[in-house]
Design a binder for this molecule. Sequence first.
Ligand SMILES: Cc1cc2nc3c(=O)[nH]c(=O)nc-3n(C[C@H](O)[C@H](O)[C@H](O)COP(=O)(O)OP(=O)(O)OC[C@H]3O[C@@H](n4cnc5c(N)ncnc54)[C@H](O)[C@@H]3O)c2cc1C
Length: 378
Amino acid sequence: MKADTDVIVIGGGFFGMYIAEFYAQQGKKVILFEKEQDFMQHASFANQARVHNGYHYPRSILTALRSRVSFPRFVDEFKDCIDNSFEKYYMIGRLLSNVTAKQFELFCQRIGVPCTLASRKITSLVNPNLIEATFSTVEYAFDAVKLKLAMLDRLEHAGVDYRLGVCVNKITQAGTNLTVETLSVANDSENESFSANQVLNCTYSMINDVLTKSQLEPVALKHEMTEMCLVEAPDELKDKGITVMCGPFFSIMPFPSERLHSFSHVRYTPHFQWIDSKDSPYINGHNYSSNIEKKSNWNRMLLDAKRYMPILDQCQYKKSIWEVKTVLPRSESNDARPILFKPNHGLLGLHSVMGGKIDNVYDITLELSKHEKYLTSI
Ligand SMILES: Cc1cc2nc3c(=O)[nH]c(=O)nc-3n(C[C@H](O)[C@H](O)[C@H](O)COP(=O)(O)OP(=O)(O)OC[C@H]3O[C@@H](n4cnc5c(N)ncnc54)[C@H](O)[C@@H]3O)c2cc1C
């Protein structure tokens, strides 16, 4: 039987929007479902807004090199959404760091990114007993609200049929097609069902929600309940971003969509964590996140960070944004950010995909292209 549509994309975060457009540009009929009333309300908004250029991954050369390659492409493709107006510094912690200054410099040379010793203007702001070296680097931030509007424009241009406030509840096989059952979030008696040749599960922290509701085996994913603090930076730091590497340190950098700085700390940003597995009851991260009491770790973050840079004491805390951060459990040892690509996971034509950082979208579309080629060759 002919399906209602070629492709259904579940999840209107940056990945779902980009992937929906990717298929529509190939002439496919695409429907995109997002359960919230607007696009990019979860991880694609509530993150650190860093456009990675490789510096962050001295322990995973592959992730560093992939970031290095994707950086100019992302910056060029989304130039109107990029803030490149600030100076970016990477500092190396003297104690507890997994890299030394020398190792970091060599690593930057190896991946081919600019890295020079910073001027006194910035080093005079740091505690030399705790910071071994400060490097001037090139890294930018993205404006998630501008990115959303740009992607919305592109979806409309590509002719994607999108539905907001619609949650996908279940996927089942119907011959060679898939049946997708949806529920209107505003009116839960409004159920609909659609058939498609292929379904892309782009729901990030909720990938296993869709899978378990469809009685399919969950993927091993690790989730962290994270708190990103947004602050007004002191005047001396307004046009700067700082990341201390590589261990239990902190980062402060522009968060363009709110005209503030994000402040995160490796030790205090994650509040707690859990792992999805087929042997434990499933936890719905979004429901959990909206129901728990949220107690900020801002004071702890600041107390630690101002030991490294006393000027941080002048930051004015504004608010925190909370989100479930999801990574593959195997990334834990080296902080790598490989993509998740599970083609035909549980059902023929159902593909679950996830990227650990925004520019991973290029790695995913590459895999989808290869998969598409493979399908047309059989
Ligand atoms: C705290 C934090 C900091 C980060 N920092 C950075 C950074 O600095 N730089 C970087 O590149 N990356 C960063 N990341 C990673 C980056 O945010 C993610 O890789 C990216 O946003 C994932 O996009 P997505 O579209 O897959 O997920 P999301 O934006 O979460 O989108 C998934 C969408 O699916 C929808 N959905 C879920 N279930 C259903 C359903 N059943 N039916 C319909 N819709 C559904 C959700 O409502 C959501 O809108 C960070 C992430 C976090 C959490």
